[in-house]
Design a binder for this molecule. Structure first.
Ligand code: URA
Length: 207
């Protein structure tokens, strides 16, 4: 798995707004949206192109279009805040949704919703989840995508913990991971440290 920590002054500044506990929900959402644009821009750098003939007002030339636009998959609920930015960069893409919750008996992640095409064979997938903490739910999401035939899965997250990076690398299902930071680790409640708190609550308010 290729792991890329996107180094850029604007990435650092937006991530700092998100980390700051005094940022409002609106400020947090705006910073996540802008950060997502930069991360998805990097994550799509190597997408294959198809050449086409176009005509400018001055004459003919060669142009390009995306050969195989990726399916964008935000993981509910926190990944919703990254979806609009990704869709704006990839208007030719389609979007699927995965909702994950913890089974209170087994403590394992379970999909309560998977709104996805039946077959993902031959389709690159970009998974959006702001926080890669233990990696358990993200690995589960990638298994779900893999059972539908996805073979190229790119994960974009705002923040990652080393534990989560190792977990999804060990799954063998993820081609590459793009993040703004790999933080120190997890606390006893599986929150990323120093992190930014609960990314869902910070966007939408507490449940
Ligand atoms: N999910 C979050 O929203 N925050 C964390 O720190 C870990 C998981």
């Amino acid at each position: 798995m290729q792991t890329v920590v996107v180094e850029h002054p604007i990435v650092r500044s937006r991530l700092s707004v998100m980390r700051d506990e005094t940022s409002s929900n609106a400020e947090f959402r705006a910073a996540l949206r802008e950060l997502s644009t930069l991360l998805v821009y990097e994550a799509t750098r190597d997408l294959p192109l198809t050449e086409l003939d176009i005509t400018t007002p001055v004459g003919p030339t060669k142009g390009h279009t995306l050969a195989n636009p990726p399916l964008i998959v935000p993981v509910l609920r926190a990944g919703l805040g990254m979806a609009e930015a990704a869709f704006n960069l990839l208007p030719e893409s389609q979007m699927g949704f995965v909702g994950l919750a913890r089974n209170e008996q087994t403590h394992d992640p379970e999909a309560y919703m998977a709104s996805l095409p039946d077959s993902l064979a031959g389709r690159p997938v970009i998974v959006l989840d702001p926080m890669l903490a233990t990696g358990g739910s993200l690995a589960h999401c990638c298994e779900l995508l893999s059972t539908r035939g996805a073979t190229t899965i790119v994960v974009v997250c705002a923040l990652a913990a080393p534990e989560g990076v190792h977990r999804i690398e060990a799954s063998g299902l993820v081609s590459s991971l793009f993040t703004a930071s790999i933080d120190e680790g997890l606390n006893s409640n599986a929150y990323i440290v120093p992190g930014l708190g609960d990314a869902g609550d910070r966007q939408f308010g507490p449940r």
